[in-house]
Design a protein around this ligand. Structure first.
Ligand SMILES: [Zn+2]
Ligand SMILES: [Zn+2]
Length: 422
């Protein structure tokens, strides 16, 4: 039997900007992505609403089916798209029932999906699209605060990046990690970039995603998805760049501190948070500004040198307290001076684990990234940390997890899992 779910409602628009003023600006939907579907001469813009989305369709040529639709009927509802697991089986089943089809074989649709249309004469005037989505890890965005004692913690988003799945799991065999985060056709897995805002007497931002300085070639290699990025996320939380007092680096890899600097109108690199002091670990700073062949691709000078030049950098040592209750703790491993950030208030503990637990799939002690320079050090830290986190019921923030922002580590019958909090 076919099981179909509502994937999206397609709406033909004649003026995309005017439509966005309603759906995005007035109704608060967020725009996930725009994509041109060449075969249909149409640009599709998706606005997710829970498990379904609104798809705004704009013709890119006069002979596009959407242009003809708008010409004869005006803008409006165009089709319903139903998600199915196996589109070929669904088409065969419909044909066997004598249902008239526009497409007897699926064709490529937006976002790597396969799609096919049922003929309107068989659907009582409603154009119905069947869609089998590309295997895709659910993307989770949030800017909703969590309370921790006197502090408010807001997991933000700078969008998503794609890194080689093998590199993200080191010696773990693909057959094991691929079932947790399926790779795309370029062997990459989607990873969130989730800076953390700590709101107390001062506003502290930990890490800042990869920012907007990446050139088009690198953006393609890393599959950057930043239709929704840190500025949007900060605004959603009621903040702007000017409100940040302190910016802290877990370590200085580009996917964590690319957002520390940006270009001004003259093209000069400047601190992205104009009022903020930036804090980094002294030795991590030394390593980042003196890279070698093994870490050069991760340490980009444009992200760090302008901070020193602008005089906004403070380097600190192990265990440094950033503001009361918030302190560095050296995990090492990933980089020799990689820090996790311990946050304590009202008898509770939260931890920003950065690349120590990049995703929830990295919970098993030996599951660490291939980028880790000192894997045995990672292992030792993780072993001790996990015990502590389970016993202390730590609230753990996962910076790169695509589908979750924070959770608690639990252990039952010797097996560990993450209980989602957000
Ligand atoms: Zn890193
Ligand atoms: Zn990272």
């Amino acid at each position: 039997m076919i099981r179909a779910y509502l994937d999206h409602v397609g709406v033909a628009v004649s003026d995309l900007d005017a439509s966005l003023r309603l759906f995005r600006d007035a109704l608060g939907l967020h725009v996930e992505a725009s994509e041109e579907v060449g075969s249909q001469r149409v640009r599709a813009t998706f606005l997710p609403m829970g498990p379904s989305s609104l798809e705004l369709l704009e013709a890119t040529a006069a002979d596009s089916p959407i242009a003809r639709f708008v010409e004869s009927r005006g803008p409006g509802m165009h089709h319903l798209a139903l998600r199915v697991d196996d589109i070929r089986a669904a088409l065969a089943a419909l044909e066997a029932r004598g249902v008239r089809l526009i497409d007897r074989q699926p064709r490529p649709g937006a976002e790597g999906a396969e799609v096919a249309f049922i003929h309107p004469s068989a659907t009582h005037g409603v154009l119905v699209e069947l869609k089998q989505p590309a295997v895709r890890v659910p993307r989770f965005l949030t800017a909703e605060p969590l309370a921790l004692g006197d502090l408010e913690l807001v997991s933000l988003s700078d969008g998503f990046i794609h890194l080689d799945g093998g590199a993200m799991f080191g010696v773990v065999p693909r057959t094991l990690w691929a079932s947790k985060i399926p790779p795309d056709d370029r062997h990459r897995i989607p990873l969130g970039m989730r800076p953390l805002l700590i709101r107390g007497e001062q506003n502290v931002l930990i890490d800042a995603g990869c920012g907007d300085k990446m050139d088009a070639k690198s953006a393609d290699i890393y599959g950057l998805e930043r239709a929704y990025h840190l500025d949007h996320s900060l605004a959603e939380a009621g903040f702007s760049a000017e409100d940040i007092d302190i910016v802290v680096a877990s370590h200085l890899h580009f996917d964590h501190v690319g957002g520390f600097t940006s270009r001004d109108r003259q093209g000069r690199l400047v601190p992205r948070f104009p009022r903020a002091r930036y804090i980094a670990h002294r030795q991590e700073w030394m390593d980042a500004t003196h890279p070698h062949e093994r870490n050069r691709a991760s340490y980009l000078q444009d992200n760090v040198v302008p901070l020193q030049e602008a005089g906004v950098l403070t380097v600190v040592d192990d265990e440094a307290e950033i503001v009361p209750g918030v302190a560095f703790r050296r995990s090492g491993g990933h980089t020799p001076h990689h820090q996790v950030i311990m946050i304590r208030s009202g008898g509770q503990t939260a931890v920003f684990t950065a690349d120590m637990y990049p995703t929830t799939a990295h919970i098993p002690d030996p599951w660490m990234t291939g980028y880790d320079l000192l894997p045995v050090q990672s292992l030792e830290f993780k072993r001790a940390f996990a015990r502590e986190a389970i016993e202390g019921e730590y609230l753990i923030f996962f910076e790169h997890e695509p589908s979750m922002a924070a959770g608690r580590l639990r252990e039952q019958g010797g097996r560990r899992h993450v209980e989602r909090v957000r």
